[in-house]
Design a protein around this ligand. Structure first.
Ligand code: COA
Length: 202
């Protein structure tokens, strides 16, 4: 059983394997590095939210079985070890199921000291502040522990919930890229949002 220190946002926690792993704990959610044992819960989260996720996230149709999530978790572990990404399972503090994912990618090369924040939450756990708190925990970790100077995000201009979360985290709107991404067979613009370490107030 993992021990956690809810008052310390970067508490070190013992994993089942006994290794020391970082865990970020807030009032409502806890971020933990994914383990392969999380694959069924991750698949269930995607499966239960497929319609709500596929409008915004390009990878959703590629997830067809638990094995796809196990492969994702292994890939995320490799990318974390190489310093390319930082991928966390978002869990309810009160021992709930995996409720989503919060991640930073585009971390390499390290000299650029920046990363891209992505977050998704399963449809039946939304509007409880989970994405905002999970994002806040990871952004704080990025600035205080990973040494990042800038965190950015890209969203579809029609993604009002995504924009609201970024605003609550203090991100600033920086502009719009035209036809930047093709999803569900159509080109969409992307809004660019950014947060500097000097903007960050916990
Ligand atoms: C965006 C997303 C992560 C938000 O998750 P969440 O846990 O519900 O977020 P929070 O509860 O922290 O905050 C959501 C905010 O958006 C608001 N919101 C939700 N739907 C909205 C809508 N259609 N229009 C405007 N605001 C909306 C909520 O009211 C809340 O704001 P409030 O606290 O001021 O009331 C979730 O909707 C999701 O997984 N979307 C698909 C993936 C995605 O788009 N990710 C973002 C880009 S990486």
């Amino acid at each position: 059983m993992a021990e956690s220190l809810p008052e310390d946002p970067s508490s070190a926690t013992k994993t089942r394997a006994g290794a020391r792993a970082l865990e970020l704990t807030g009032k409502r959610v806890r971020l933990k590095p994914l383990e392969e044992a999380d694959a069924p819960a991750l698949f269930d989260a995607v499966e239960s939210s497929r319609e709500a996720l596929k409008r915004w996230l390009v990878w959703v149709p590629e997830v067809g079985a638990q094995g796809d999530e196990a492969a994702f978790i292994r890939r995320s572990g490799t990318e974390s070890a190489r310093g390319e990404a930082s991928v966390w399972g978002l869990f309810e503090v009160r021992a709930g199921p995996l409720a989503g994912i919060v991640s930073l990618d585009a971390l390499a090369p390290a000299e650029r000291a920046r990363g891209r924040l992505c977050v998704w939450v399963r449809a039946d756990r939304r509007s409880r502040g989970y994405a905002t708190e999970g994002g806040r925990l990871l952004v704080d970790h990025a600035f205080r522990k990973l040494g990042l100077h800038r965190v950015f995000s890209r969203i579809d201009p029609t993604n009002r919930a995504g924009r609201r979360v970024l605003r609550k985290l203090g991100f600033r709107y920086e502009g719009r890229l035209r036809d930047d991404w093709k999803i569900n067979g159509r080109w969409i613009d992307h809004e660019c949002w950014g947060l500097l370490k000097t903007d960050w107030k916990r």
